[in-house]
Design a protein around this ligand. Structure first.
Ligand SMILES: NC(=O)c1ccc[n+]([C@@H]2O[C@H](COP(=O)([O-])OP(=O)(O)OC[C@H]3O[C@@H](n4cnc5c(N)ncnc54)[C@H](OP(=O)(O)O)[C@@H]3O)[C@@H](O)[C@H]2O)c1
Length: 280
């Protein structure tokens, strides 16, 4: 048997990836802590429970790896999984990484290096997801309730990508394990965009007015923590906004076009694809 194990298979990127692969006729197993009962090829998988890792990998020759979310030390659980995957004969492993390097999470950098060093290992370093503007993401919840984006990123720009394009890029690498691939891709949308520019696009497309409130990094860390994130992760994520503010994260690549044959979606297209999100 062969097929693709999709960890985080019920999340924003994973569930789209599962759909795309299955539509292409690829055997695909969706893994998460709460597998959908209605999905016959879903499996329980928990990063914190290594006894679930072997059964999830069983018979699979490709893996989409979504590391533990909201962790500043993901390598602790991913390291043993990588070694197990290699022993199980996995030929292609595509990890969802981030273009934004968290300042206090050295293990994430080491984890990406270990994936690249593995035969068939590929890291997708993704820019910010446009889907952060959809509920239940805290950014979108705040826009919906208060008509406001709170940010420490100022006018700094990010190469926002639609997670559907990220999933399509991963699918291109996983559908055919023989396809030529580099070990690292920076995945972005078509251009850099600041929060004030996002607010302008939302207003122009939908008529919904969204204010941008500039806050400090410390205030952002407190807000992330209040939304349920662990303290260290909230602080790291807030610190990333400093880099955006200073213009250090404005990177754009052509990887989506290269991998999928289609240009990535612009934010305006994303906004008009989700009209219900901007109602008052
Ligand atoms: N949002 C951004 O702007 C952005 C940008 C770049 C990179 N990223 C990366 O993208 C990742 C999030 O991806 P996403 O938005 O597609 O996912 P998501 O929507 O947050 O979903 C997370 C998935 O992982 C599963 N999961 C959560 N905890 C788990 C655990 N302990 N063990 C096993 N599975 C677990 C969830 O299902 P269950 O709850 O059922 O387990 C779900 O399927 C983050 O790690 C982040 O680093 C995000």
């Amino acid at each position: 048997m062969s097929g693709v194990l999709v960890t985080g298979g019920t999340g924003t990127t994973g569930r789209t990836l599962v759909q795309v692969l299955r539509a292409a006729g690829v055997q695909t197993r969706a893994a998460s802590r709460n597998p959908a009962a209605a999905d016959p090829d879903a499996v329980r998988f928990d990063w914190n429970d290594p006894t679930t890792h072997g059964p999830a990998l069983d018979g699979m020759d490709r893996v989409f790896l979504l590391p533990p979310v909201e962790s500043v030390d993901p390598l602790q659980s991913v390291g043993p999984f990588l070694r197990r995957a290699q022993r199980a004969g996995v030929r292609r492993l595509v990890m969802l990484g981030s273009a934004l390097v968290l300042p206090n999470a050295p293990s994430a950098v080491e984890m990406a290096a270990q994936v690249r060093a593995q035969p068939g290992g590929v890291v997708l370093r993704s820019s910010g997801f446009m889907q952060n503007f959809l509920r239940p993401h805290p950014l979108a919840e705040h826009v919906h309730r208060h008509g406001e984006i709170r940010t420490a990123a100022g006018d700094g720009k990010l190469g926002w990508v639609d997670a559907r394009d990220l999933a399509a890029s991963a699918a291109a690498l996983l559908a055919d394990p023989g396809v030529d691939a580099r070990s690292d891709y920076l995945i972005t949308g078509p251009h850099g965009m600041s929060y004030p520019q996002a607010a302008e696009i939302i207003l122009a497309q939908t008529g919904r007015e969204v204010r941008v409130k500039r806050i400090t990094e410390k205030e952002q860390a407190a807000a992330y923590h209040a939304s349920g994130m662990p303290t260290d992760f909230a602080a790291a994520l807030a610190a990333v906004e400093r880099g955006i503010n200073e213009g250090r994260e404005e990177q754009v690549s052509t990887a989506v076009l290269e991998l999928t044959g289609r240009p990535p979606r612009a934010f305006s297209e994303f906004v008009s694809d989700h009209p219900h999100e901007w109602t008052q």
